[in-house]
Design a protein around this ligand. Structure first.
Ligand code: AMP
Length: 282
């Protein structure tokens, strides 16, 4: 049996442990999460262990990245289960701050990353990247790790975080890690737990449709035609709505001007009340 994972809840206790490791010459990797952990999260812990001598994971369901009508209240929470999974993956410390410690009365600062936050998720969830950028800036400044690990599953979020670390001179290397998927291609996500058996079956189509769109483009289809075709396939497969399917420049998420530059196809679609996102490289 793995021994229980030490947990700290204050910035002071977190900083003391990180400072002690650093004084001992150890490098520190950091994996921020909102919990309800799955193999996708644990792959980030493994990547951190490969590159760093100590690994800290954080667990905080960040209220500022949910709009009032979204799923903050019902977001799955299981600190004991998460802690056991992190320990078995070789994590060294869990940072699980209380809401009042993260956002004390009078908290007044927002981190807004322009450009890369604006399209796609930024259009459909206008509150989202402000909440993410603010909490990730706080977490990075609290933990002061050498390297922080984020999933390509949330590709636009990864770009936003790289940009804020660069723009604000936060001395942390941001590393993106590949998306971990179920056997049928569905990207692992804490929100997959919301899906009924029927919805779960349909959900696998999201990734397949993105692969089909890439095949169509390789066979000569224009990006816009491939996007529209993918959207109608999703609706035909049983998705209740499609926010977007978009082929974009992989570095800026702006329009793809040249088929020789790295590109990404990204999508967000609804199954009942559950919103799924996915993306793959072209
Ligand atoms: P979350 O708990 O959903 O906020 O995710 C925490 C971190 O795990 C983020 O960096 C996500 O991009 C990453 N992540 C979530 N799902 C996956 C996945 N299926 N594969 C790889 N990374 C993931």
């Amino acid at each position: 049996m793995t021994s229980p994972l030490p947990v700290v809840r204050s910035t002071l206790a977190l900083r003391q442990q990180v400072a002690a490791w650093r004084a001992a010459g150890l490098s520190i990797g950091f994996v921020p999460t909102m919990g309800a952990l799955h193999e996708g999260h644990l792959s980030l812990v493994c990547a951190a262990k490969e590159r760093c001598q100590r690994v800290v994971a954080s667990l905080f369901v960040n209220p500022r990245q949910f709009a009032p009508h979204e799923d903050f209240e019902r977001y799955p929470r299981d600190e004991a289960g998460d802690s056991a999974l992190l320990a078995s993956a070789g994590c060294d410390l869990l940072y699980a701050p209380e809401r009042a410690a993260m956002y004390p009365d009078g908290f007044a600062t927002n981190v807004i990353v322009a450009d890369v936050s604006a399209p796609l998720e930024g259009e459909f969830r206008p509150h989202f990247f402000g909440g993410v950028a603010t909490v990730v800036t706080k977490l990075l400044m609290q933990a002061l790790p050498d390297t922080a690990f984020f999933g390509e599953k949330d590709y636009q979020q990864l770009l936003v975080i790289k940009r804020l670390a660069r723009d604000l001179d936060i001395p942390v290397e941001i590393v993106g890690c590949p998306t971990i998927r179920e056997a049928d291609g569905l990207a692992m996500s804490s929100r997959n737990a919301y899906l009924s058996a029927d919805e779960r079956r349909i959900a696998a189509r999201l990734n397949m449709v993105l692969h089909d769109a890439i095949k169509a483009m390789r066979a000569g289809a224009a990006a816009e035609a491939a996007e529209r075709e993918a959207e109608s396939h999703l609706i035909a497969a049983g998705f209740s709505g499609v926010d977007y399917v978009a082929v974009r420049d992989a570095a800026t998420l702006g329009p793809l001007r040249d088929l020789n530059t790295p590109a990404r196809i990204l999508a967000a679609a609804w199954l009942g009340k559950t919103r799924l996102i996915d993306n793959i490289a072209l």
